[in-house]
Design a protein around this ligand. Structure first.
Ligand code: ZN
Ligand code: ZN
Ligand code: ZN
Length: 292
């Protein structure tokens, strides 16, 4: 898992900081240590392949525990513990920005004076000059965790059709729950003459580089041979990975990707699906089969 818990916002300076050390809560520009009272529990993505949906270059500061943008070679911000922020020992953090994600909080901003990430609706206290943080030029960042974590995720492929002459179509639905339970259902109808053997795969990406796949294979019949025209399925199960990936799944959200083929060559379908997702997300994820 490339997602780390124990991040918090500070009630005094509005800064995002790592609060996972029991005896060291960093250094606050408002004086003393950062204050976690009233904070949601946030999570940060780290050590991931590059993506156009995430901004790399963020670090935690060994001196103040503050999350800050460290990708400018000549400017590492202003640290409340003195001097510039210190990146030694930090993981390589990514920040989600300008996203439709759920399961977290929008309106976090980077401060151009101190390079820290702070909650934008409150201006906090900036270590660069003791006044408010300055969000000028900042993206709108999204922090995982916080309010509005959904208790269910649904991915609905509403209209599954073929581009060629294959007369087969329908829908499929994946529902995920935070305890790891899932449901996978769907319906396909053969409206043509020929019989088909099909393989359908739905793919659900999370924000941490995983792609969960759900596969269904079956047969439908047309007018040329006796047999049912419809293929209906409904399966339910449990996979702990869904539970442990919940925050990363909710942060990604969105529609499922899917591919269908009138064959049983599902290895090729998965490769095509991963290519689809790579084009959309800008990186190749790790494929994990949940069904199939
Ligand atoms: Zn603080
Ligand atoms: Zn610092
Ligand atoms: Zn600042």
């Amino acid at each position: 898992m490339a997602i780390q818990a124990n991040w918090a916002s500070c009630a005094k300076c509005q800064g995002m900081h790592y609060a996972g050390f029991p005896d060291f809560k960093g250094v606050c520009p408002a004086g003393g240590a950062h204050e976690q009272t009233g904070s949601w529990e946030y999570r940060m993505l780290y050590d991931l392949p590059g993506s156009n949906k995430r901004q790399a270059g963020w670090a935690s500061c060994a001196k103040c525990q503050g999350l800050h943008y460290a990708a400018f070679p000549e400017f590492k911000g202003a640290c409340p513990a003195g001097g510039a922020h210190e990146q030694a020992g930090s993981w390589a953090y990514d920040a989600l920005f300008e996203t439709n994600s759920r399961g977290g909080q929008r309106d976090w901003r980077s401060c151009r004076k101190c390079q820290g990430l702070f909650y934008g609706p409150f201006k906090g206290k900036c270590p660069a000059d003791g006044s408010e943080h300055d969000p000028a030029g900042s993206f709108n960042y999204f922090l995982i965790g916080g309010p509005d974590v959904p208790d269910k995720l649904t991915y609905h492929a509403k209209s599954i059709t073929f581009s060629g002459g294959t007369a087969l179509g329908g829908w499929a639905l994946v529902t995920l729950f935070p305890d790891g339970n899932f449901e996978f259902s769907g319906h396909l109808h053969n409206s043509g003459a020929a019989a088909y053997e099909h393989t359908l795969i739905l793919a659900v990406p999370d924000a941490a580089g995983q792609i969960l796949t759900f596969r269904q294979s079956g047969n439908t019949f047309g007018t040329l041979q006796p047999g049912p025209r419809d293929c209906d399925w409904k399966t339910a199960g449990h996979n702990d990975l869904i539970a442990t990936s919940w925050n990363a799944l909710t942060a990604q959200g969105g529609e499922p990707s899917w591919r269908i083929d009138a064959s049983v060559n599902w290895g090729a379908i998965i490769n095509a699906l991963v290519d689809d997702i790579a084009k959309a997300a800008g990186y190749i994820g790790t494929v994990v089969s949940i069904v199939g």
